[in-house]
Design a protein around this ligand. Structure first.
Ligand SMILES: C[S@@+](CC[C@H](N)C(=O)[O-])C[C@H]1O[C@@H](n2cnc3c(N)ncnc32)[C@H](O)[C@@H]1O
Length: 325
């Protein structure tokens, strides 16, 4: 396959919005709810996505505050080593109303995803330990089977601080644990009959092994997204290619079919799909982020994450594994 950066691009206009296509991916500028409603049944083989965990952080008002660098749910984590931190959304500020909206959002979304997926199709969905139950409930209520969680082992700089304005008085207390992992819920649309029959008919129902000797595992060491990747595209929630390529590859058990990311952002899922040789579709609502994805995907797909020590360790240990990490 030619490098992603060298592939020809076509543009078209649909009812939902502008779309940009290459031979391996389609990017749609629009609302994923509208797109999913129009999508034929059984036409997607896996979903790998990193949605707005708490919803509020990607509302127009909060994005305006983020872009101005002032107030809102986006906060700079406290500095302890002199390094400048990037803003992270806070989920401790969500109200009961926000949580109810979050749950309804994922119920509605999950029902649409269930229809579009083939039987046995998997969903990998990023979340945060404070709100994951609300996301997962929507998927379970829609009819998905919970198949576990993938733990991305990563230092997130969340939590770990002492009580506000009483740091000295309670110097031995931490209010919340320092977060060292990111949960990715793993769900499956029920298979039609046995897994083997489902695999034959729908090319779905299991997860692709790393190699003959190694199954896919649910704990993956990962570094935070490095500046080398952030230099390609400045989306505030960009996920690293090393990690994304591992989970995207696992999502199609036979390496055949279409991977969907309905909350594409700057396109790290689509770039990962491109790097492992899969077809994919990405949907993004925000015009600034959509344009970022159009520009960034070919470069992210060609990116070799040398600076990522976790990816390097895996490569060293991987021997003959055919993974572009
Ligand atoms: C957490 S970010 C995804 C970041 C992505 N993983 C990356 O690496 O760039 C979630 C994205 O979903 C988008 N979004 C929110 N609601 C949407 C909707 N209804 N349809 C499509 N995209 C939406 C937001 O604009 C945001 O860019």
């Amino acid at each position: 396959m030619s490098p992603a950066s060298a592939r020809p691009v076509q543009e078209k206009q649909s009812e939902i919005g502008r779309s940009v296509c290459t031979e391996s991916y389609e990017l749609v500028h629009g609302d994923c709810f509208e797109w999913l409603e129009a999508r034929p049944e059984h036409s997607v083989h896996a979903v790998v996505t990193d949605p707005p965990y708490g919803l509020r952080e990607y509302t127009d008002e909060e994005k305006r505050k983020l872009r101005k660098g002032r107030g809102g749910v986006w906060r700079i984590p406290p500095t302890f080593d002199g390094c400048t931190r990037r803003p992270l959304p806070r989920f401790t500020v969500l109200t009961e109303g926000d949580k109810l909206r979050l749950r309804h959002f994922f119920s509605r979304w999950s029902a649409l995803v269930l229809k579009a997926l083939v039987p046995g199709g998997h969903v990998f969905i990023a979340t945060n330990p404070l709100v994951s139950h609300l996301t997962y409930l929507g998927l379970i209520e829609a009819g998905f089977e919970k198949r576990g969680e993938v733990v991305r082992l990563v230092q997130t700089l969340r939590g770990g601080d002492r009580p506000k304005n009483a740091h000295e008085e309670f110097h031995g207390v931490t209010v919340m644990p320092r977060s060292c992992w990111e949960p990715w819920g793993l769900f499956r649309k029920p298979c039609e009959g046995r897994v083997q029959d489902n695999l034959r008919k729908w090319k779905a129902g299991g997860l692709r092994r790393i190699s003959d000797d190694e199954p896919f595992r649910d704990v993956i060491k990962s570094a935070p997204t490095r500046n080398t990747e952030r230099g390609i595209v400045p989306h505030p929630s960009l996920k690293p290619q090393g990690f994304m390529r591992e989970i995207v590859r696992a999502a199609l058990p036979l390496g055949e079919g279409v991977v969907l990311d309905p909350f594409m952002g700057a396109g790290s899922t689509i770039a990962a799909a491109c790097a492992v040789g899969y077809e994919s579709i990405g949907i993004e609502l925000d015009s600034v982020y959509f344009q970022m994805a159009v520009q960034a995907i070919p470069r992210l797909a060609d990116f070799v994450p040398n600076g990522d020590s976790a990816a390097r360790d895996r490569r060293k240990g991987a021997g003959q594994r055919k993974l572009q990490l």
